[in-house]
Design a protein around this ligand. Sequence first.
Ligand code: KG4
Ligand code: ZN
Length: 344
Amino acid sequence: MKILGIETTCDETGVSIVEVNDQNGSLIAILSNIIASQEDLHALYGGVYPELACRRHFDILIPLIDQALKEAQISFQEIDLISVAYGPGLIGALLMGLNCAKALSLAWSKPFIGVNHVQAHLYAALMGNAEPIFPSLGVVVSGGHTFLIKMESIHDYELIGQTVDDAIGEAFDKVAVMLGLPYPGGPQIEKLALKGNLSLYPFKAGVVKQNPWDFSFSGLKTNVLYRLKGKNTSKNSQTQLDSSQWPHIAASFQETALNDVVSKSMRAAHHFQCKAIYLGGGVTQNQRFRDLLKNSPIPVYWPLKGLSLDNAAMIAGLGYPIFLQKGKQSDPLDLEPLARIPLR
Ligand code: KG4
Ligand code: ZN
């Protein structure tokens, strides 16, 4: 089965073609995986500017699909299924990918299927393994999401914990802005932290009383702000802390945020009797994060190479098991995009 994947949930336009086993959906090859980043467009604003994201998706989707077919060395007739992320994400951005998938489905007479972007992030870690392990803990850490999810199967998910304010990647991005670093801030913070002392500033991540598995990063972010600019200042205030301290701030912040995810994940895996941990999302690119989970007593699986950040290969890969589950039925053409898809 050759599947065309389309990803436009936020600020990356992704188009990919993957080949999977038609019996069990296991990955044979990623034939092409194009990610057109919009970093240049949004850098000026220190975050994603939704309207500009939509316009860029609109402009480049069809040329990228042509390119993906060319790189995969196949024609559109050989595509068996079109898989598209229908949420969660920015509604306008989602509309671009979803309408493109519907239009191609009609024009090419191919089935199409909508998949959940968050599930696809976890599928990026499941995809390369012949025998997925269940029950397992899914940990999604990205610019838009911080989720702990118990997975009984590819189709059976239960939300255990989530952020009550900022996503972890968003906290990295916002702290980076405070330090005058460009968007996206995660990789910049990681680089700066390499030169810093990770225990110099004793920051704390938030504790959510109602649910011990939930996350809160906005207090941590404010701690960093006050350390840099003084108590009760705002993000536009003048920085008071000497720049020689900034690597220590970056390292201490990073350590606190990552340790919060690591410790909650380990405790949740134990508590919910999970036999493996699958991780997904942009923050899994962070090497310190990977090091912190190196000695985990249960197996830990990271996304396949190149599939941490938003991409369409994970959307294509997840499309086939969903298509099988739906009895090889296409989704209806009135499928709507969803800004939020509740897991709980
Ligand atoms: O998965 P993704 O592409 O987007 C969402 O679905 O939200 O993740 C992007 C996020 C950004 O917040 C970015 O700063 C963060 O992942 N990120 C990192 C690293 N690389 C990307 N955070 C920490 N360390 C990194 N090396
Ligand atoms: Zn994502």
